[in-house]
Design a protein around this ligand. Structure first.
Ligand SMILES: [Zn+2]
Length: 327
């Protein structure tokens, strides 16, 4: 039995992804199960069962694990190991003492971090940011948030550093649940793409989006609009262009504030690849000129694909059991 294996858990709104990996990032086993949102107790039990399932699949007992890492959406309390949930995984009576419950069940040291911050650690240790000292990881999903590595370490500020999704970029934009109009995440997230696609259908525009959604505006998702754009649909391509023009504002803010060696784009929207990148390069070229370097050299897609979340949780576990690394 190898006691230096690590187990990572990534809790999402639709699935709980888990893996067992070596400190090198080599994955032994991974699996995911649907997130049980029927009650707080069911959500926690689902997470515990998923952890057990990946250990069974890898034929590893808890004694074979050096540590367990958890990336959880929303706010987490690092000292107590309490989890407060998020709009995606809404807890009815937060907080839930998730770290204590996992340690009680499996008897291994367990560490929890906000999922975007965990993803940042994973990208820095195993992915596109490997070996770099200054990176920003921008998670583009239903919402938008960043994780920041400065001088090789996660930067937290007072605790909310990286919540760039709530920086206002459009005064006349829709009202966000944070109370501000036109936040970056209202204008450039996967949800904003879905909103624009839905509006195009309601306006009766002739678009492939309508056929893919079978005429139902409620059925329009960001993924569906991206699919239409990939097939060359003009309305969908315009939506991607508008989205990218706001995303470019977020990218420019990040570079102005942190000057990272690399900005890594991750999350569901990053899976659009060139459908997102091409209009982004165009918007950046229009909004910012006269740079000595090329955007293509400083902005990249995640290298970890759909494993980024769970590998981030592995990196979190590893970081907490390794001796402090020299700066
Ligand atoms: Zn907001």
């Amino acid at each position: 039995v190898n006691a230096d294996l690590l187990l990572g858990v990534d809790i999402g709104g639709t699935k709980v992804a888990t893996m067992i990996a070596r400190p090198s990032g080599q994955i032994l086993n991974h699996l995911s199960t649907p997130t049980d949102l029927s009650s707080d107790a069911a959500t926690v039990e689902g997470i515990l069962l998923t952890i057990q399932a990946v250990m069974d699949a890898a034929q590893v007992s808890p004694h074979g694990l050096a540590a367990i890492g958890i990336g959880a959406p929303g706010r987490v309390h690092l000292e107590s190991g309490d989890w407060f949930g998020s709009t995606n995984v809404l807890l009815t009576s937060p907080p839930v003492p998730l770290v204590a419950l996992v340690e009680e069940r499996f008897g291994r040291p367990t560490f929890m971090e906000n999922d975007v911050k965990a993803g940042t650690l994973g990208e820095h240790r195993f992915g596109a940011g490997k070996g770099l000292q200054h990176i920003v990881y921008l998670s583009l999903g239903t919402g938008i948030a960043a994780g920041i590595i400065v001088d090789g370490k996660l930067y937290r500020g007072v605790g909310q550093a990286g919540e760039i999704g709530h920086a206002p970029v459009e005064r006349n934009g829709p009202l966000c649940n944070c109370g501000t109009h036109g936040c970056l995440e209202m204008m450039a997230s996967g949800a904003s793409i879905a909103r624009r696609g839905c509006a195009a259908l309601r306006a009766g525009q002739d678009t492939l989006i309508a056929r893919l959604a079978e005429g139902n505006p409620e059925a329009v998702t960001g993924k569906l609009v991206i699919e239409a754009a990939a097939q060359g649909d003009c309305v969908a391509l315009d939506i991607m262009e508008e989205t990218a023009s706001y995303l470019a504002m977020g990218v420019l803010m990040i570079f102005a504030a942190y000057d990272p060696q690399l900005l890594v784009l991750a999350g569901g929207l990053a899976q659009a690849g060139n459908i997102l990148l091409n209009p982004l390069w165009k918007a950046l070229a229009e909004q910012a000129t006269g740079r000595a370097w090329a955007w293509e050299d400083r902005v990249a897609l995640t290298a970890l694909g759909d494993k980024a979340g769970a590998l981030g949780a592995v990196a979190l576990a590893l970081q907490n059991i390794l001796p402090e690394e020299p700066a």
